[in-house]
Design a protein around this ligand. Structure first.
Ligand SMILES: Nc1ncnc2c1ncn2[C@@H]1O[C@H](COP(=O)(O)OP(=O)(O)OP(=O)(O)O)[C@@H](O)[C@H]1O
Ligand SMILES: [Mg+2]
Length: 139
């Protein structure tokens, strides 16, 4: 059963505020007293998923659900969606804009990095249908 559920809105293309939500998630988990290693893994995944909404998605929302022995984060956006999810999961695949690349994004490492640092990952998306990313961690 969840101890706490919290949602944060994410704005597309707001590079100034980008990263604030994952920092908030980091602070929340620290306050609750989770192990440093779990906090590190969740923070990396939350950051990558948040940036993907800022860069590729439409406006969205991140929801974090915290249980005694688990953390789940769900990131949902109303952007253009992903045509081929298995291709998007490949290291180095990126459709990042010139603007995003100039800021140092677009290595195509975000989703692979989420996969590596989480215990479960589901990307539910289709072209024109938005994207939902579900990431699970065992505490
Ligand atoms: N929320 C999203 N909406 C639409 N497309 C997405 C979304 N998230 C990822 N993608 C697609 O999947 C690709 C791979 O994402 P990934 O995070 O691995 O790399 P990136 O964001 O392009 O670069 P990096 O994360 O290394 O800065 C993106 O380039 C984009 O085409
Ligand atoms: Mg990314």
């Amino acid at each position: 059963m969840a101890i706490l559920t919290k949602s944060y809105p994410i704005k597309a293309r707001d590079y100034l505020k980008a990263g604030e939500i994952s920092m908030g998630v980091h602070g929340l988990l620290k306050k609750i007293g989770f192990a440093t290693e779990l906090i590190r893994r969740v923070s990396i995944c939350a950051y990558e998923a948040e940036m993907n909404v800022v860069m590729h998605g439409g406006d969205g929302v991140m929801t974090i659900e915290i249980g005694e022995d688990y953390v789940n984060i769900t990131i949902k956006d109303s952007g253009p969606g992903i045509e081929d999810v298995s291709l998007a999961m490949k290291e180095g695949f990126s459709t990042a804009s010139e603007e995003a690349r100039q800021m140092g994004f677009g290595a195509g490492m975000g989703l692979p990095n989420i996969k590596k640092n989480s215990d479960s990952l589901d990307v539910i998306s289709a072209k024109g249908k938005g994207t939902e990313v579900r990431i699970g961690f065992v505490a």
